[in-house]
Design a protein around this ligand. Sequence first.
Ligand code: SF4
Length: 269
Amino acid sequence: MAMVFSYSQLSRYLHCPRSYRYRYLDGWREKDTRAAMIFGRCFESAITAYFYEQDCTAVLFKEWGAHRDATFEYGKGDTWGKLLHQGMHLLHKFVQDDRICVKSPSKNLQLKITQSLPGGNEFLAYIDAIGELDGQRCLIDWKTTGSRYTEEPDGLLSLDPQLICYSWISGIPDVALVVFVRKHLPEIQYLRTSISEEQRQEFGRLVHSAVSQIAAGQFPPHSGIRFPANTCTSCSHLGLCLAKPQLIDAKLIRRPGASDLDWLDHFDD
Ligand code: SF4
């Protein structure tokens, strides 16, 4: 059966093939209870509204307001109101900075790009934006985070696998990450880099190799509990590997027919 792959799927497979099987073949999904992740989605809706010349702060208030009474897991010191306040501050700063331009937002925001793979399979990506940073054209990805991205040493960003993936699928070498940092004094990082042709080709080979291993049914566990390979300690599928029903109930829900939901993967970023 032909399959559609995304960056989230590939990334999970490379991290731990067993986790990939649980998530994409057996249909075990994490419960959507992480406040920071849901807030990130609401914030990105507000960014989209800004480029459509709508009131982005009103959109954030409406979207995030729908979750006011939800029982989310908040990070240390975070509350619903604190995230809203930080988001408003970041939106004001983004508008004031005025460093990003996206013309024709209906064409250049949330672009769906596909690439054919052997065996009738397909790789699908949703690119946040194609626009200009300080007047220079580039592919843009938004991130909301609780801490700054590391910028040193120079060139580090060119090793970001998601940006390499997006450069590979779009063929665009110049890429940028706009990082909305939720902290006491909110900050926006505008980070830019170039992805080489060699990196794009290597990524293509990585995709082909992972897809052929998936097609061959290879899902060995990449287990680890000690630094730096401590993959299991933060894995939502830990309850399945340890056969602990309570842990499974706390973290996961099962949705049979997970492959029908693959198009949702771009929201996992
Ligand atoms: S608990 Fe460890 S071995 Fe099991 S799926 Fe998660 S990362 Fe893989």
